[in-house]
Ligand binder design. Structure first.
Ligand code: FAD
Ligand code: SIN
Length: 537
């Protein structure tokens, strides 16, 4: 029997939870989330949320910083609305119980942090554990809400869309291109559920796992982009993969970020000999835009042959460091690095997907009844390089806008019956005894994406990556039909498709802009390329 719901939300990070809380006022909500409910990038966010909250700041300054960071291709209308709606969305979080840090002895004044590319202090944070605080408070509200049901360890496989139903003869080719929910794998029982929904909202986060080194948690395999693309949704700007300049370099540390807020509080980047090097790359030095800092570190490492550079905050003293960055301090200490006494070894790592499913100002994709919010979406805010701490802000603003829009559409479509979607058909698939092939393919993708489609690209490297991803996709096709699906196999299929989309967009853009740097086209071509790269099936 299918599960019927008004809203199906795929993902339980900031985008999914914030949307669900508003949507539950007008209908029933099912949230499916592929691991434990708190597991997602949101939970690991450190720096905070950018917004204009200081009398010394202005909307115009935040708008200009965002536009400069985006390097000419932000959608200015979207930038303006996100920045202007920011303070209200932050205050709503506070009323939902989120405890942001305040200035010492001034309970009503937020302690605002600073990060690369921001001309003012404007980042609200909960020390260096902002995401954990936001996720915890939103989950607590969601769990109390009788209209919301969370399905943990449930992974969406594919959207139920016109193409699925035409194949089974359930709708005709003339039917509108619509989405009616998703097929979902219950990872514990192995059962595949049909979830029918009037409105489906993809909030499935990013795709950092497509690269060998990433700050992202394991869930970040680009499932939403892959599902959307397969169903005919337009995808934009996938070449703009943001590499965070400073992730901890230590053989035992996995995906641990050293927040840009550390540089915001005076942290300095040094080479192995102790020389400051950012001065020779950009006037904003260590607080230059993220693409510039990551590329500068890459150049320094290539020049010196060293394995890492260093970030030094020790001059701020132990009391300040322990109070402002308790999580970073403790985690580094667990690897025997005392950041109050010595510099932190750091390297860049894949961090954020600026591209994604193309949406309008309400989170709408080009597929009827399908919305995308958060990192999975490409709204036009980030352009060619996201400004630090604008991601959580974007998720909050679009969750609210989408909730208002979907409530209207739900009322208008309530009378329509759900389509008779077929049960998932496993065909003649059997259990695989060769799951090792899945892990080999997974490793290979992450390696060649890092080597050929990383911070610096060339035409030759992109062509090599393209050939390799094509071979892997052939193998996956074989596997996908012959063997019973598992979470690993589904993620591999999505990862390969996302890799293909990144390579395709990167190959199309014949210039260098923001995060996309191609040695064969080292300059910016505003005449032709001041636009999004849009692809669809
Ligand atoms: P996520 O929080 O990643 O949630 C995605 C959800 O989707 C998860 O619940 C996941 O399990 C689920 N999911 C995925 N695929 C499926 C599927 N197939 N089926 C079911 N469920 C699925 N941004 C800032 O603005 N400020 C910061 O300080 C900041 N710090 C960061 C620090 C780190 C270490 C990282 C990794 C990112 C940081 N970012 C920051 C970026 C920001 O955290 C993310 O962009 C944002 O949290 C994304 O929110 P989301 O709700 O879109 O996705
Ligand atoms: C950080 O704390 O450095 C991450 C901020 C972000 O990705 O926006």
């Amino acid at each position: 029997m299918p599960i019927n719901t008004d809203y199906l939300v795929i993902g339980s990070g900031i985008a999914g939870l914030r949307f669900a809380l508003d949507a539950a006022k007008t209908g029933t909500v099912a949230i499916v989330t592929k691991k434990e409910k708190s597991e997602g990038s949101t939970n690991y966010a450190q720096g905070g949320i950018a917004s204009v909250l200081d009398p010394d700041d202005s909307f115009e300054l935040h708008i200009q910083d965002t536009l400069t960071s985006g390097d000419g291709i932000c959608h200015e209308d979207i930038v303006r609305l996100v920045v202007q709606e920011g303070p209200q969305r932050i205050n709503e979080l506070v009323s939902l119980g989120v405890a942001f840090s305040h200035e010492e002895g001034r309970k009503k004044i937020f302690d605002l942090g600073r990060e690369g590319g921001h001309s003012r202090r404007r980042i609200v944070h909960t020390k260096d554990l902002t995401g954990r605080e936001v996720e915890k408070r939103l989950l607590a509200q969601v769990e109390e809400n009788a209209n919301i049901q969370i399905y943990e360890n449930h992974m969406a496989i594919d959207l139920i869309s016109k193409s699925t139903l035409i194949r089974r003869g359930i709708v005709s080719k003339k039917t509108d291109q619509s989405c009616w929910g998703a097929y979902v794998l219950d990872a514990e029982s192995g059962a595949i559920l049909t979830v029918l929904a009037r409105i489906t909202v993809l909030c499935s986060g990013g795709a950092g796992k497509v690269y060998r080194y990433t700050s992202n948690p394991d869930i970040a395999t680009g499932d939403g982009v892959a599902m959307g693309y397969r169903a005919g949704v337009k995808v934009a700007n996938m070449e703009f993969v943001q590499f965070h300049p400073t992730s901890l370099y230590h053989p035992l540390a996995r995906n641990f970020l050293i927040s840009e807020a550390v540089r915001g509080e005076g942290g300095i980047l040094l080479d192995k000999k102790g020389h400051r090097f950012m001065e020779s790359y950009h006037p904003l030095k260590d607080l230059a835009f993220r693409d510039i800092v990551a590329r500068s570190i890459d150049m320094e490492l290539k020049k010196s042959g060293d394995s890492c550079v260093y970030l030094d905050i020790s001059h701020r003293g132990k009391d300040f460091i322990v109070n402002r960055f308790p999580h970073i301090y403790e985690t580094c200490l667990s690897f025997h690095i005392d950041i109050s006494r010595e510099p932190i070894p750091v390297v860049p790592a894949a961090h954020y997907m600026c591209g994604g499913l193309l949406t309008d100002a309400h989170g709408h994709t080009n597929l009827k009844n399908l919305f995308a919010i958060g990192e999975v979406a490409c709204t036009g805010l980030h352009g060619a390089n996201r400004l630090a701490s604008n991601s959580l802000l974007e998720a909050l603003v679009f969750a609210r806008r989408a909730a208002i829009q979907t409530a209207k559409e739900l009322t208008a479509g309530k009378h329509e019956a759900f389509p008779r979607a077929p049960e998932w058909d496993p065909g003649s698939a059997t259990d695989s005894e060769e799951m090792v092939v899945v892990s080999h393919n997974w490793d290979e993708i992450r390696r060649f994406m890092w080597n050929y489609v990383g911070i610096v690209r060339t035409n030759k490297r992109l062509a090599r990556a393209k050939r390799r991803v094509e071979i892997i996709q052939e193998e996956i096709k074989e596997y996908y039909w012959d063997f019973l699906i598992s979470q690993n196999l589904l993620e591999l299929r999505n990862l390969a498709l996302v890799a293909e989309l990144i390579i395709t967009c990167a190959s199309l853009r014949k210039e260098s802009r923001g995060l996309h740097f191609n040695l064969d086209y080292p300059s910016k071509d505003d005449e032709f390329w001041q636009q999004d790269t849009v692809v669809w099936k």
